[in-house]
Design a protein around this ligand. Structure first.
Ligand code: FMN
Ligand code: SF4
Length: 435
């Protein structure tokens, strides 16, 4: 069957000044899935539907939601926890923000269904500290839902009770990593921790815990209402559904777009996002947050936004935070900004990440100051490879991928800067001036 490339699951309504409110959400059918789930389905049946849907995590690693949930033993007599990851710290990513601000009830309803399926009494939303607007929206939506008997004690008179608590972080990138998020909620320093044990075995307060991204969870109500077969019919066979893509960089209309998985890359950039600023040529794309490897314009030319195409091309769809970069952009400067960020955000627990980030940052600064050596480039690759697989959390690996990805494709720009003391792109980024 040829998939319909324009299916929508999350962005199904025009955003207005009142479309986030409970009355309008209910008029759109919100909370009917909760009613169906609590009154006609067992927790195990919901788990089976989610597994059958093939829903993959939207937070970056694309892990199967059903497989993660299936680790929770419903009859183990333990307290279980659920956390929605609303930290959204990956540079270039701002799609969960769209849900939190414009469709908070979609998240709340989906979290309640997930809580019922996982037998959770207390669920958390871990939200980045900078999200003041989204926090106010979600808290107001929760207040409305509590008043309507949709959250809290004896939901919809079914005997099922669940509270949802918003926990606000303090602006640390690494606190978006699932185990760091948990230690942060526990009131400790937000350090990632080694696994095993998996968080689904020993998570928050040492209890079995499911952590899913906001967008991942927000699909659950739709799956319960429409069934796993309908979900699988959307998207691509190995990656069903839609993705929210936040596109930024040198495009005319940066923003959040819902695309069916398999959507043509060029269509997103040139039709939805209005093309490149000032008619500039596309140089490259960072597909899913800066932790994913850069792809050149030629590489994305015929590619579809489908992990089964993006991964063989050497990158991944990551967190859906796409950055479109115009011809004339200096990749040396770009990598410098990225390394400053990673160095600043390293929590410092693992030597390869703590020291490696510092070395990488210092080397790139030295290159930009005109004191680089050609050997520095191999040294950067060597340091990046040392980080790969040798750290507690994925940040060490991811930062290394960014370095290796950029140097593999744009090494000549670094060599030019080192040998001439100037950027190869100096004065070439005309799109910003002409737009
Ligand atoms: C350094 C780092 C930062 C992360 N930040 C986020 C984040 O802001 N939001 C998110 O959903 N996942 C983030 N993740 C991924 C989470 O660890 C986890 O895989 C995800 O929340 C699981 O949800 P999902 O399976 O629904 O994608 C991050 C991972 C790392 C290594
Ligand atoms: S990889 Fe970096 S951020 Fe992650 S735990 Fe180690 S030092 Fe901290």
């Amino acid at each position: 069957m040829t998939p319909n490339r324009d299916a929508r699951i999350l962005m199904t309504f025009p955003v207005t000044a009142t479309s986030h409110l409970l009355a309008e959400a209910r008029a759109r059918g919100q909370y009917s899935a909760l009613d169906k789930a609590l009154k006609t389905m067992t927790p195990a049946e919901i788990g089976k539907e989610v597994t059958a849907s093939g829903l993959q995590g939207r937070g970056g690693a694309a892990f199967s939601a059903g497989r993660k949930w299936s680790v929770i033993q419903l009859d183990d007599g333990q307290t279980h926890f659920l956390c929605a990851n609303a930290d959204e710290g990956e540079p270039g990513t701002f799609k969960d923000r769209w849900i939190l601000e414009n469709s908070p009830h979609q998240l709340i309803e989906s979290m309640l269904i997930a809580a019922y399926a996982l037998q959770v009494r207390h669920a958390f939303v871990y939200m980045r500290g900078e999200f003041s607007g989204p926090y106010r929206r979600l808290q107001a939506a929760l207040d409305e839902a509590y008043d309507a008997g949709l959250v809290g004690e004896n939901i919809l008179g079914t005997g099922f009770s669940c509270d949802i608590i918003i926990y606000r972080g303090a602006g640390s990138y690494v606190c978006g990593e699932a185990s760091a998020l948990i230690t942060s909620i526990e009131g400790k320093r937000g350090y990632p921790r080694n696994r095993p044990p998996r968080l689904t075995v020993k998570g928050l307060y040492q209890k079995p815990t499911v952590i899913n991204n906001v967008e991942t969870l927000s699909n659950i109500a739709w799956i319960v209402n429409n069934g796993s077969a309908a979900f699988k019919a959307i998207g691509s066979p190995k990656a069903p559904g839609t993705r929210l893509i936040s596109i930024s960089g040198h495009v005319a209309k940066p923003g959040v777009y819902e695309i069916e998985i398999g959507y043509p890359w060029k269509r997103l950039i040139y039709e939805d996002a209005g093309g490149m600023l000032g008619g500039a040529a596309l140089k490259c794309v960072i597909p899913g947050g800066i932790s994913t490897k850069v792809l050149t314009a030629a590489e994305v030319e015929t590619l579809n936004l489908d992990p089964t195409e993006v991964e063989p091309a050497g990158s991944s769809m990551g967190s859906g935070g796409m950055i479109a970069i115009a011809e004339g952009t200096c990749m040396v400067r770009l990598l410098q900004v990225m390394l400053r960020f990673y160095h600043h955000e390293s929590c410092g627990q693992c030597t390869p990440c703590r020291e490696g980030m510092g070395w990488l940052h210092r080397i790139i600064d030295r290159i930009v100051m005109g004191m680089g050596r050609v050997e520095d480039l191999d040294q950067m690759i060597h340091i990046s490879k040392l980080q790969d697989g040798n750290t507690i959390c994925g940040m060490g690996d991811a930062a290394g991928y960014a370095v290796i990805g950029i140097l593999a494709k744009y090494r000549h720009e670094f060599e030019h800067w080192i040998t001439t003391g100037r950027s190869l792109c100096e004065g070439k980024l005309e799109c910003l001036a002409s737009s």
